[in-house]
Design a protein around this ligand. Structure first.
Ligand code: NDP
Ligand code: HSE
Length: 436
């Protein structure tokens, strides 16, 4: 049987998991692909470091360039992370005529347009299933399974670390920093965990999903991004009282005036399946015209779930090695020449419902003033709760609004903040009903 040889850049959580799964399931994988897949070489930073996988039979080097220069390597698997060295290595691998598999969403979201153009020119593939939602075959689904459809919108819980933190805080009342440390120990978090908790990692993934859905160039710079660090236990509890869960969501919505590309904490009705996706699990809900809504669920991070996606890409490439380049599935689902710029809206033009929490003096007329300020901006209230005043006689008001253009909400919040009755800030969390 023929052997396809791969060289891996990085043998950490995902690289180590990839070697382990390839070795354990070697027989089944060869029966599926019709050839053997062999890891011939791997690059690491520290040659004496501990590994989660066996390295016998693998040429280890601390010079990643050695891997991409090896004549016997058919596919380079980039699992180093980051977007400087990784970019340099991936472009060099392509220039050397190597196919590339990567789990690096930062790299694809920021430099994918350039990388795919270079790969097209050279007639090689760059595959990135593991870059989005860990083990869920969402790229396969979007590029192939949904190919007949026009996608209206998609919404996803696409960061495992963030969802793990929110779930542990909600269910066990655990401290943010303590859960983040556990996510790091489990290998879920990015090298810089700010990427997870500030929404940057989710924005990388959403950028790629939007291009797959709408046939537009990767537009990471235009993605609105808010993380989970400002979510309080109080808001989690009030949301639950109102029948909602707070999830960190990525949304790509095709509207009449453009595309909304946004990542932020979101209240979702608790009856929605996606509101019940907990821990490190991810889910992507895609609303398309022919099939309707489809939901993809699975582990969003971790060594072997991510390895599952990496190996699926290796197998896909191995199957097409001697085929016609023209018949390959395009990197971003649409033929390169038909990818078109689209207007990506700024946050002022987003349309969404809101959860608002504010603390005010508890005196007659305040509620009337609050509702008038909202009404003046054409904001209609769906639900309102006023909590018992505290010992300082401050009242907490919680409101759910109907959908509104964000610039109107900004004006209303600015007006509320200028009122003498307001104590502290106005908390604002977007609400999505995800009616599919
Ligand atoms: P790790 O930090 O666990 O592994 C990185 C690997 O790269 C290590 O083996 C490290 O070597 C090696 N490396 C780093 N710099 C160099 C260098 N200059 N030269 C040679 N080798 C180097 O990261 P992960 O496995 O967690 O992540 C890898 C990629 O996969 C990232 O892009 C990440 O975003 C993505 N990803 C991660 C997921 C996860 O669950 N962890 C899930 C989906 C995607 P050494 O071991 O010697 O330090
Ligand atoms: N840090 C990422 C996450 C890894 O937690 O989702 C998977 O992309």
């Amino acid at each position: 049987m023929e052997t396809v040889k791969i060289g891996i850049l990085g043998l950490g959580t995902v690289g180590g998991g990839t070697v382990n799964v390839l070795q354990r399931n070697a027989d089944d994988i060869s029966r599926r692909v019709g050839c053997n897949i062999q890891v011939v070489a791997a690059a690491v930073r520290d040659l004496s470091g501990d590994r989660i996988c066996p390295t016998d039979g693998i040429d280890l080097t601390d010079k990643p360039q050695d891997i991409i220069n090896r004549a016997d390597v058919d596919i380079v698997v980039e699992l180093i992370g980051g977007d400087s060295l990784a970019k340099e290595l991936v472009l060099a691998a392509i220039a050397n005529g190597k196919h590339v598999v990567t789990a690096n969403k930062a790299l694809i979201a920021k430099y994918g347009n350039e990388i795919f153009a270079a790969a097209d020119k050279k007639g090689v593939c760059v595959a990135y299933e593991a870059a989005i939602a860990g083990g869920i075959p969402i790229v396969k689904a979007m590029r192939e399974g949904l190919t007949a459809n026009k996608v209206a919108w998609l919404a996803g819980i696409i960061n495992g670390t963030g969802n793990f933190i929110l779930t542990e805080m909600r269910d066990k009342g655990r401290d943010f920093a303590d859960v983040l440390a556990e996510a790091q120990a489990l290998g879920y978090a990015e090298a810089d965990p700010e990427f997870d908790v500030e929404g940057i990692d989710a924005a990388h993934k959403l950028t790629i999903l939007a291009s797959l859905a709408f046939g537009m160039p990767l537009s990471f710079d235009k993605c609105y991004t808010e993380g989970i660090t400002k979510i309080t236990q109080q808001d989690v509890t009030y949301a639950e009282e109102l029948g909602y869960r707070i999830k960190h969501l990525g949304l790509a919505v095709r509207g009449e005036s453009g595309i909304e590309l946004r990542v932020h904490p979101t209240l979702i009705p608790e009856k929605r399946l996606i509101a019940n996706v907990d821990g490190v699990m991810n889910a992507v809900l895609v609303k398309a015209d022919a099939v309707g809504p489809t939901l993809y669920y699975g582990p969003g991070a971790g060594a072997e779930p991510t390895a599952s996606a990496v190996i699926a890409d290796v197998v896909d490439i191995a199957r097409t090695l001697d085929g016609n380049v023209e018949h390959r599935v395009p990197a971003l689902a649409f033929k390169t020449e038909s990818i078109t710029e689209q207007t990506v809206l700024t946050s002022a033009d987003f349309e969404t419902a809101y959860y608002l929490r504010l603390t005010t003096e508890d005196r007659p007329g305040v509620m009337a003033d609050v509702t008038k300020i909202l009404a003046d901006q054409a904001i209609s209230i769906e639900a309102i709760i006023q909590k018992e005043p505290n010992e300082d006689q401050d009242a907490t008001i919680i409101m759910l609004t109907h959908r509104v253009i964000e610039s109107n909400m900004e004006k209303a919040i600015a007006e509320l903040k200028s009122q003498p009755f307001l104590k502290g800030d106005v908390t604002r969390i977007r609400v999505e009903h995800l009616n599919a």
